[in-house]
Write a protein that binds this ligand. Structure first.
Ligand SMILES: *[C@@H]1O[C@H](CO)[C@@H](O)[C@H](O)[C@H]1NC(C)=O
Ligand SMILES: *[C@@H]1O[C@H](CO)[C@@H](O)[C@H](O)[C@H]1NC(C)=O
Length: 269
């Protein structure tokens, strides 16, 4: 096995093999590229594995949860005439979030910070998790939102939304926008207060992929502890559990951990 894996230049290769750049032949542009990937792999195997696992579990949960109970309207996105739900990759799903969407509202957003009133436009939404009914109002709204990216070039879609959310055009549309309590859709900005209710947690308010991955790990540990303690009780009444996050993400805007290479600049939201 050993001699074979030595010659194997496949980036994925044998996971147990230690990559030794010094043993590679003189660089050609192609090999330099491989070298680069190998270095990246060496530095970030944990992150890659964790993110692949997260993405996969989201997919599995999503597909298994979306078949029958929600066929009344909360259907898989990208089906013509259906109502898309959009979730960023750094959102952990703990319970079915679809139960929190109201069928009377056109657009529903998770929040970085929720002020208690689901219809107050001063809430700070996070556009990373949203549910949208497909109708004429929302189509106009998305066109207007998209247009605003021309008005404010280079702006993040979430910031663009915050600028246009009070625009008369949107008021006149009669669009019903609802902001969902962070108790249900929490995040590092404002963690859910109640583990008995939380549906999703977003690794928001965090800069730096390493910080993000670290804190997501802590969050999953918190969840495991909660699940264990619930299993050990006859009733969940009285036990709320608590998060111990954010840790590295706290203040990461001021102290983004310097990435070892040019990898790992996390997205802002
Ligand atoms: C968006 O911009 C296009 C091109 O400028 C314009 O024709 C359209 O009316 C705009 N739509 C909205 C909803 O603002
Ligand atoms: C409940 O907790 C105790 C100690 O905290 C542990 O020994 C026991 O195995 C737990 N029971 C279950 C069902 O998890």
């Amino acid at each position: 096995m050993e001699p074979e894996s030595r010659n194997n230049k496949d980036v994925v290769g044998d996971p147990n093999e230690k990559i030794q750049p010094s043993s590679l032949s003189p660089p050609s542009p192609h090999e330099f590229n491989l070298d680069h990937y190998q270095q990246m792999l060496k530095q970030t195997p944990k992150m890659v594995i964790i993110f692949a696992a997260i993405a996969l579990s989201c997919l599995v949960i999503y597909h298994s949860s979306i078949t029958l109970p929600f066929s009344g309207g909360y259907m898989r996105p990208q089906t013509a005439g259906s109502h898309p739900a959009n979730s960023d990759a750094d959102i952990m799903w703990f319970r079915d979030p679809f139960s929190q969407f109201d069928k009377d509202d056109d657009i529903q957003f998770s929040c970085d910070f929720f002020n208690g009133n689901p219809f107050d436009l001063r809430n700070l939404p996070n556009t990373g998790f949203s549910y949208v009914k497909s109708n004429e109002k929302t189509i106009q709204f998305y066109k207007f939102w998209y247009n605003s990216s021309m008005t404010y070039p280079g702006i993040h879609d979430q910031d663009a939304f915050n600028r246009i959310k009070s625009d008369p055009f949107i008021c006149n549309l009669g669009l019903r926008i609802r902001f969902i309590d962070t108790t249900y859709f929490g995040g590092f900005c404002q963690p859910s207060r109640d583990l008995n209710k939380v549906c999703t947690m977003h690794a928001n308010c965090c800069v730096g992929l390493e910080n993000k991955v670290h804190d997501i790990g802590i969050m999953l540990d918190d969840w495991r502890k909660y699940i264990k303690s619930v299993a050990n009780q006859t009733t969940t009444e009285g036990y709320r559990g608590s998060w111990t996050i954010p840790q590295l993400c706290r203040g990461s805007f001021d102290h983004p951990r310097p990435p070892k290479k040019n990898v790992g600049q996390g997205k802002k939201s």
